[in-house]
Design a protein around this ligand. Structure first.
Ligand code: MN
Length: 289
């Protein structure tokens, strides 16, 4: 397959660095792997965080994420398995389950809860934090959910591609964003299958393998639970991924960097310390609710 298939790319990107997720707990004790951690925020601008949760033990997820605030960015929850209900102080409510996406724009601030609606079985998925440009950080909050069957999906050379955001091979994703132009793909590859995605060399990009293994033309292997940061080599035109000998699933995420200062204090992500102080004051004064 990999020798005869025509190639879209002349200069695919290489892996700059492999990163292992950090086991942690968040919310009211939800067990997860923090894959994109704070020290990578500048390198992977406009993405601020990626968490992967996957457990069939209700003790690992049952307590969920009770009411907490956010300001200045967007949270994108992609459920592989299980059910989570979102409620926020701007009046939005929604339930997403298997394959669905919940896209919340915190903007100037919301208080929300993200609670599992299952008492047993496996709960698995991801939460990605996408930064907002400075000019949009204090915009009105927003909320959108897209149920699993409505997430655009296509098949190419045996690879199933779910397009959560952006555009891939002519298929527009569930969500589009100006400025950061996020691309968010969930790829399901049979053993040995190959997938190519054109990418602007200036966009920051990474691949996270959550099942199986991927290899690059250079021979670099990306195993389960590893994030590969893709080099922004000038003149590179995309990424070429080949599955190992087992069925493989991976996220491919890319976006245009904002190149603006990043200031974070827990659930608030602004551009300056003064804006963080203001966010905490506004929260304490009840101005986010
Ligand atoms: Mn949250």
């Amino acid at each position: 397959m990999d020798t005869v298939a025509t190639s879209l790319l002349e200069r695919p990107r290489e892996v700059e660095r492999l990163v292992a997720g950090q086991p942690t707990r968040d919310g009211a004790g939800v067990k997860l792997e923090r894959v994109l951690t704070q020290p990578l925020q500048r390198r992977l601008d406009p993405f601020l965080m990626l968490d992967h949760f996957s457990s069939d033990n209700p003790d690992d997820y049952g307590a969920g994420f009770p009411e907490h605030p956010h300001r200045g960015f967007e949270t994108v929850t992609y459920m592989l398995l299980g059910r989570i209900r979102h409620r926020d102080s701007a009046g939005h409510e929604g339930l997403v389950s298997d394959g669905g996406v919940q896209w919340m724009t915190a903007g100037r601030g919301v208080i929300h809860s993200e609670m599992p609606e299952q008492r047993d079985g496996r709960m698995a998925g991801f939460q990605l934090w996408l930064n907002l440009p400075a000019r949009d950080k204090m915009r009105a909050p927003g909320y959108l959910d897209v149920q699993g069957p409505q997430v655009p999906q296509f098949e190419r050379d045996g690879v199933t591609v779910r397009v959560i955001a952006g555009e891939s091979h002519g298929v527009a994703g569930a969500v589009q964003r100006a400025v950061t132009e996020p691309l968010y793909l969930d790829l399901h590859l049979p053993p040995g299958a190959r997938f190519e995605q054109p990418l602007a060399a200036t966009h920051n990009a990474f691949v996270y393998v959550y099942e199986g293994a991927l290899r690059f033309d250079t021979g670099c292997q990306v195993l389960t639970g590893r994030l590969a940061i893709l080099a922004n080599t000038p003149g590179s035109d995309g990424v070429r991924l080949t599955a190992g000998d087992v069925p493989t699933r991976a996220l491919l995420i890319a976006g245009q960097p904002l190149n603006e200062p990043i200031a974070q204090y827990g659930p608030f992500v602004m551009n300056t310390e003064a804006e963080l102080v203001q966010a905490v004051r506004d929260f304490q004064a009840g101005r986010l609710a």
